[in-house]
Design a protein around this ligand. Structure first.
Ligand code: ZN
Ligand code: ZN
Length: 120
């Protein structure tokens, strides 16, 4: 497979969007709109996985050297992968939209661990 084929656009299998290839020199491996990916790689970019399950975005990680990274989990085999977010390109990742969707209208779950008033 040559580089031009690898960097071709694709139709997202989750939301059906037509996804354009990245214009910043990297290889697009997830949808910029719903952020779903597909389990096609054993090593990033090698396309040697036989799973081909959809990979759901489950979180954001922040690495000091690499910036924000998306955490994906495969819906078929359960493997977890960390992927670079796509920025400085056509169709950049809609991270703000995903965070809104993932946390709901009430915002992040800041009350996790809140056990009620036990001061009495
Ligand atoms: Zn999508
Ligand atoms: Zn998989």
């Amino acid at each position: 497979m040559n580089k031009r084929e690898q960097n071709a656009g694709f139709v997202c299998e989750h939301c059906g969007a037509q996804v354009e290839p990245l214009t910043n020199g990297s290889y697009r491996n997830h949808c910029p709109f719903c952020l779903y990916s597909k389990h096609v790689d054993v090593q990033p970019g090698d396309r040697r996985s036989t799973c081909h399950g959809l990979m759901r975005p489950v979180g954001l990680a922040y690495k000091r050297k690499k910036g924000y990274q998306l955490v994906h989990q495969c819906l078929r085999c359960g493997v977890v992968r960390v992927n670079k977010v796509a920025v400085d390109t056509v169709q950049p990742d809609d991270l703000a939209g995903w965070v809104r969707h993932a946390t709901g209208p009430a915002g992040p779950r800041s009350r996790v661990g809140y056990g009620g008033d036990r001061s009495r």
